[in-house]
Design a protein around this ligand. Structure first.
Ligand SMILES: Cc1ncc(COP(=O)(O)O)c(C=O)c1O
Length: 370
């Protein structure tokens, strides 16, 4: 099996360290140890055994997630980030020749991973014209006898648009009629402007998430799956073939933060995100000839449209080379004519980065509009 290249990751890997204005990462700034300790008053004791692991995930984290999702521990699989969570779901539910339906634009691993496993992709468009909303009628026509899974993100990566519980329920019902499951990646959900419920609870819905984006714990890389028991068991069994157990230290630290300070870190997130969204909105309103957008309903990313007749990779290379502004090409989310712009960075970097982006785009005014 050949692992397909994930362009988005390679792009970030090659450019992030030399960008002056990084408007490409999708996480909030990380918590320092000092902040973490202040929030949780948790320190590893000197006698703590660093050789210890819990095969089925740290009971502290599972208990915390059990309470957050109002489920049993048998519904939970702890993972190394949402990356492993999604991998375990795909590899547990899809076999060669199966079909999966996936939102487009979307986050590349959500189709490259299942395709790598031999499953067939069916694209489910979420259009700019329809404000990136989920289109139920379009979905209904995509099922075949081979469809096993419907894949979406909530909030939507790349647009930051929220899909409400009624819509997810309707998606789940359509999928249920076709004996298919629905995977909802909720990694950005706790970053919604107003608190939103998880979609876990419907009989054929699985959710994945992690503490890497909203909570500032990317380095700990703790994630999870919450799924109907039988599916959780299959994912847990599959985990023996990936990481076995995830880092126990990461899991107990993540558990402590979620237990002692979840609301506080969510407020920390909202404070930064609200300030930056206001900066971005003002800039968007002043520059409608450069970018037009669907306003995100939280999170840290949006997916504005540009009107120049230029491939998004060329545009982003130009912005990087001339202005040192790093944004992500729409092509890496399978949508030309867009860029993914993130606003989780320091506010001053965002403000200056947007000004540099405007100059970079204006320098291309000789390029024909689409
Ligand atoms: C939708 C989505 N799922 C999963 C991930 C990976 O998450 P993690 O860092 O927890 O592995 C990302 C990272 O950007 C993401 O955007």
């Amino acid at each position: 099996m050949q692992a397909p290249r994930i362009d988005l990751f390679e792009w970030l890997l090659h450019h992030a360290s030399t960008a002056k204005y990084n408007l490409a990462y999708s996480n909030i700034s990380g918590l320092t140890v000092e902040e973490f300790t202040e929030l949780t008053s948790f320190l590893l004791p000197n006698t703590f055994d660093l050789g210890v692991n819990q095969q089925y995930g740290a009971s502290e984290l599972k208990e915390c997630l059990r309470s957050l999702y109002d489920c049993t521990v048998n519904n939970i699989v702890t993972t190394t980030g949402a990356s492993e969570a999604n991998y375990l779901v795909f590899s547990s539910l899809l076999s060669k020749g199966d079909e999966f339906i996936v939102e487009q634009p979307g986050y590349q691993p959500m189709w490259l991973t299942p395709e790598m496993l031999g499953a067939q992709r069916i694209n489910w468009p979420r259009t700019f014209e329809n404000e990136f909303r989920v289109d139920l009628e379009a979905l209904k026509n995509l099922f075949t006898k081979k469809t096993k899974l419907v894949v979406l993100t909530n909030l939507h990566n790349p647009s930051g648009v929220y899909t409400d519980a009624t819509t997810i329920k309707a998606v789940a019902e359509v999928a249920c009629d076709h004996d298919a499951f629905v995977l909802v990646d909720e990694i950005f959900l706790d970053g919604a402007i107003t608190k939103k419920p998880s979609s876990f609870g419907l009989p054929n819905v699985l959710v994945t998430s992690s503490a890497t984006k909203i909570y500032g714990l990317g380095g700990l890389h703790s994630g999870w799956i919450v799924a109907p028991e039988e599916i959780a068991m299959r994912c847990q069994r599959m985990k023996a073939h990936t990481t076995g157990a995830s880092s126990y230290v990461s899991e107990i630290m993540t558990a402590r933060l979620l237990k002692d300070a979840r609301d506080t870190v969510m407020k920390r997130f909202q404070k930064q995100a609200t300030t930056n969204r206001a900066i971005l909105k003002k800039w968007m309103n002043q520059n409608p000839d450069i970018l037009t957008w669907v306003e995100p309903e939280g999170g840290l990313v949006c997916f504005p449209k540009y009107s120049l007749k230029l491939p998004s990779v060329d545009l982003c290379k130009h912005l990087f080379e001339t202005q040192k502004v790093l944004v992500n090409p729409g092509a890496y989310f399978n949508s030309e004519g867009f860029i993914r712009l993130s606003f989780g960075c320091d506010s001053e970097i965002l403000q200056n980065g947007l000004e540099a982006l405007a100059i970079g785009m204006q320098n291309l005014s000789h390029v024909r509009p689409m």
